[in-house]
Design a protein around this ligand. Structure first.
Ligand SMILES: [Zn+2]
Length: 321
């Protein structure tokens, strides 16, 4: 047994510790398939980004916890919905985890209509925001628990809608409310769907005001980047590297809107979703070209991130955003 790599050990702790020192994706893939200790396979899977490889693991590993770990880095909504609806190959937790990761409301509806597993329908229906669809489920789902979950989701949505105060001016409608953190503001704003033109949602927090319109997120004044109020403070004290910085909504329109506001001398920052290197939460942050450090709205960890200059072509010429 001499010379055997430590990750091959059947001692979970020893094998997991060994995997934590390995960064080569090729080696991690071998471990993800061959390690005896399920913890070691899971630890390897956690560090792998190759979505096609992760899909194989999500379908084939015989340990549910490893399959669920693979789902963490899979964004393919169609794959996730197929897994959520599949009764044969997956245990209940994996199906629920897959359904939980789906962001496409059309696919969530498909699961609620077609999945034969009650518990998956029960959790999925609560993530739907379309009231007309929910009313249909209240009337026709075969399971009482699912019907009740659809009704309580409708109640929660109308309660949320009632908490907005509404103002109109010049043909625009402004919905606003106060919440105690950027995390809560994001949770409310990201769930809004089918926002009409000239309709603006604003959530005021002690750390600044976050807004949402038809194109995506916006701010009208700087939001705080340090000492944020955190609802779930389990962050790290040292900075981490953010996992990604990606767009939300219609990025072309967001970029040109920022460019035109700059031309008009107004405050405007491009908002991007920063995926926390510590907890995976995606915070909509104000960005500038170059290096930035921003706190995660969920766990409070400081994330180092970066974006390049974006040249936006406008009728007034090129504007750097
Ligand atoms: Zn975080």
């Amino acid at each position: 047994m001499k010379g055997k790599p430590a990750w091959e050990s059947d001692n979970q702790e020893k094998a997991v510790a060994a995997v934590q020192q390995i960064y080569d994706e090729g080696v991690l893939k071998v471990i993800a398939i061959q390690a005896i200790a399920s913890g070691a396979r899971g630890a390897a899977v956690r560090k792998i980004c190759d979505e096609n490889f992760l899909k194989e693991i999500a379908l084939k590993d015989y340990d549910g916890a490893v399959r669920q770990m693979a789902l963490k880095n899979i964004a393919d909504n169609v794959f996730l919905s197929e897994l959520a609806m599949n009764d044969n190959d997956s245990d209940e937790n994996t199906r629920e985890e897959a359904a939980n990761k789906i962001t496409d409301e059309g696919l969530l509806k498909k699961i609620v209509l077609n999945c034969s597993n009650t518990s998956v329908r029960f959790y999925t229906v609560q993530r739907i925001t379309d009231e007309a669809f929910l009313k249909e489920i209240v009337l026709k789902d075969l399971d009482k628990l699912v019907r009740e979950a659809a009704q309580s989701t409708i109640n929660a949505i109308s309660k949320e809608q009632n908490s907005w105060s509404i103002q109109t001016s010049d043909g625009s409608t402004y919905y606003s409310q106060k919440k105690d953190s950027l995390f809560v503001a994001n949770e409310i704003l990201k769930k809004l769907s089918s926002i009409p033109l000239q309709t603006y949602y604003l959530v005021d927090t002690p750390d600044g005001t976050l807004g949402r319109d038809i194109n995506g997120f916006f701010t009208e004044a700087p939001i705080k980047t340090t000492n944020l109020k955190i609802n779930n403070p389990d962050g790290k004290t040292e900075s981490v590297q953010s996992q990604s910085l990606i767009g939300f909504g219609d990025m072309n329109k967001n970029q040109s809107s920022v460019a035109y506001q700059k031309i008009n001398g107004q405050y405007a920052k491009l908002i991007l979703m920063m995926k926390c290197g510590q907890c995976d939460y995606e915070s909509p942050i104000e960005t500038v070209a170059g290096d930035m450090e921003r706190q995660c709205y969920y766990c409070g960890t400081n994330n180092k991130t970066h974006r390049g200059v974006i040249h936006v072509y406008t009728s007034e010429g090129v504007v750097d955003v």
